[in-house]
Structures are given as C-alpha cells and as structure tokens.
Design a protein. Structure first.
Length: 404
C-alpha cells in the first residue's frame, strides 16, 4: 500500500507511515446531536433493511413524540423529517384565530390543571364568531363585540376570562410577528354588579340543628360557626387542634388567612364536641378525611335536602342508563362562610377581630402578616363567645342572632 502523504510503499495494514509518520486510517467522526425541537433520528442496527427510525419533536413536557417511519439511509431519514416540518408549517401571515388557539393551547394546556384548561375552553366558545378570521385583521373592536355579547347573559367574571384568553392569543401572535401589539389590553369589561350574599335563614339553621346528629350536617354547622372555607375544612391537621386551649389553627387560601387561629364558640359547645369526636375517630393526620368535590356532591346538598332546607333534586336518566341529580338552589358551601360573617357582625363582634378569625384579605391593610404567637387568642375567644344558637321563639332578627 502507498502512504497517503509521501506516497511511498509501506506494508499492508500499516496504521502509520514508516517514513513520514502520517496516520493511514481516519477516525470516523460522531454524528452531531440534533438541535432540540427538530425531531429525532435513531439508528437501530436490528432493523437490517431500514435501520434509521424517525420521530417528530417532543412537546415541552417530554411527551407526544410521533413515529414518522423507518429508512435505509440517514439522508433519507433527514429528508423525511424535513418533509414532515414542511407539511405542518403554517404561513403566519394567513393564520386564523382558530389556528392560533390550536397552536397556543397545544403548549399552554400542559401546565394547567383540568379546571384551568376547562376555563379556557369555555371562554373559547364565545369567540366562535371571529374564529375563522385572520389574526392580522382582528382589532380591539372585534374582541370587544364578543365580550359585549357575553355580558348580556353571563357574569363579569366570565367576560374577564374571555379577555384573558384574547390577551394570550394576541401575545402569541405578537411573538410570531403577526401583529405588533396586544389589542386585547384595550378591551373594556362590563361593570361588576354585586349580588346579595345568600346566607342561611333562622328557619334553615333551626332545621340543621334538629338534624345535628348527622355527620354531614355537623360539618355544615362547623363551617357556619367557625368561618372555615370548605377547602380549608379538609386540610386541618390534628396537631393544630388544641381542645384543651379551646382553639384550632387552619386556613390555606390568602396570605392573611393561612394558619389562622380560630377559637371554638364557647356559647355553642356542640361545635367543640363535633371536633372532639372527629379527632378521636380520625386514623390519619387530618381532622376530617374527604374530598371537597365529593363532599359537595355526595354530602352537602343531600344533607340540606334531607333537612328540608332545599328541595329534593331533579333526577335525569342518561342514555347510558345512569342517573344524575340536580339541586335547584342558590345555596353553596361558601354560604356557610357568609352566614358566619353575618352572624358575627350582627352579634357585635369587633371588625378587626372578625377579619382575623375569617382570614379576610382586607386585614392586610390594618396589620402586618402575623404568626401564631402574634394572635391574641384570648381576645379572639371573647369575640367568638358572642355567637349563639338560634332560638325558635325569637322572631326579632337581633335576638335571633343572640344579641341581648
């Protein structure tokens, strides 16, 4: 064989030239790793005829990889991957609102909960009238018309969700140079109409106390006389229940409401008895074991119907043969919290103490965020002692709420 450099005769199989020292065999370079988001070509030697396997890019969460095919050479595999990208590419200049929503939601929904995803899907329905139009043509007035139509039948919060979706789509379009600004920022929402808060009446509270031996009714009464949200009830830890000291610690939502101190109402000893029974029966670290959604559907409304507080449900048979129940009532679990606030205010509880007990966000404007030691348990207990059970023969509102 001849040397690659000096062209002199050297023994066959020589790795280096005996004369000039030139290496005769070249090391095969490794194939460079493909950039992220450009797909994958895997070499499978067990696939003798078509060893190059092609996959589409994964999503941001690492899932959704799509098989494209197997090919004989790397060049054919690369050509197939290029063809895939060309076929799925959308000309942004002609991108419609529906296409923008599809592209945006494909990535954005991965980081959302099911309820968050459903919120956007519901909001998208109200943009149906402009879904087929090009994003480059849509202006604030187009989005505003959708909001105005929604406001005729639905609440301001639903309109706000639609505006949020429009803003997200406009940002997506701006990132892809389809539009130069976020037209959704200039959408005007309808004025918020505050509805009267629904609370339990005197008669309804009496009916609940008549059925207080029922566990579900006990939980409802507990929420009414402590102000805990339904989501907070099932997160109270047993270690935070201080029966001897006559208070408990709970709360999860706002900064002012987290881990707040709530005394037991001394004039309603049944509430403390309920808690003591739950404490002794619980086999876990939590005072009550359950799920918020399950309690709402399987316990809250059935218990109210059993007590005669709300009408019996309407039963509908589905095509699958199963039945579904619907309760026609304005009462929700959060009405318990509204009732507690109303009872406490009517009983003369000091506003600042009431805000501490219910963990209202407005308390942040009157005091700094506090810890357990900073809460005056004695003062809060004195305020809670003003609460009373309803008395059947009291017809005057102030007497019903326990004010002498």
């Amino acid at each position: 064989m001849l040397c690659k450099k000096c062209r002199k005769e050297i023994p066959d199989g020589s790795i280096y030239c005996n004369y000039c020292g030139k290496k005769q065999e070249t090391t095969k370079r490794k194939t460079r790793r493909r950039a992220r988001g450009t797909g994958t070509i895997r070499y499978k030697p067990e696939y003798k005829n078509r060893p190059y396997v092609v996959f589409s890019p994964r999503t941001t969460s690492g899932t959704g990889e799509k098989y494209i095919g197997c090919f004989k050479t790397a060049a054919e595999a690369q050509a197939a991957l290029d063809s895939y990208f060309n076929s799925t590419h959308i000309d942004h200049s002609s991108l419609t609102l529906a296409q923008a929503y599809e592209n945006w939601s494909f990535e954005h929904f991965e980081s959302l909960t099911k309820s968050g995803e459903q919120g956007y899907k519901t909001a998208w329905r109200y943009l149906d009238s402009i879904a087929g139009r090009k994003m480059s043509e849509l202006k604030t007035a187009d989005y505003q018309r959708c909001i105005t139509e929604c406001a005729k039948r639905f609440s301001r919060s639903q309109c706000a969700k639609i505006k949020q979706l429009c803003s997200q789509l406009c940002k997506y379009a701006a990132q892809n140079d389809i539009i130069d600004k976020n037209y959704a920022e200039y959408i005007t929402l309808p004025k918020e109409v505050k509805k009267e808060k629904r609370i339990f009446t005197a008669e309804e509270l009496e009916k609940l106390w008549e059925h207080s031996s029922d566990r579900s009714v006990q939980v409802i009464l507990f929420m009414i006389y402590t102000g805990f949200r339904i989501g907070e009830v099932f997160t109270i830890l047993k270690k935070n229940v201080h029966l001897a000291e006559n208070y408990m610690i709970g709360g999860i939502k706002t900064e002012a409401g987290k881990d707040r101190l709530v005394p037991f109402p001394s004039q309603i000893p049944e509430i403390k008895t309920f808690v003591q029974d739950w404490y002794n029966e619980s086999k876990t670290d939590f005072l009550l074991n359950g799920d918020v959604n399950n309690f709402r559907k399987r316990n809250f409304y059935p218990a109210l119907a059993e007590c005669g507080v709300i009408p019996e449900p309407t039963v509908t048979e589905l095509k699958s043969g199963k039945t579904t129940k619907k309760y026609d009532t304005e009462i929700t679990p959060h009405c318990c919290r509204h009732t507690f606030a109303t009872l406490s205010a009517d009983c003369g509880m000091q506003p600042e103490k009431l805000q501490r007990i219910i963990g209202h966000a407005k308390y942040e404007t009157t005091a700094d965020i506090y810890n357990h030691s900073g809460q005056d348990a004695k003062a809060l207990a004195e305020e809670m002692s003003k609460l009373r059970k309803p008395v059947e023969h009291f017809t005057d509102k102030r007497r019903f709420y326990g004010i002498s």
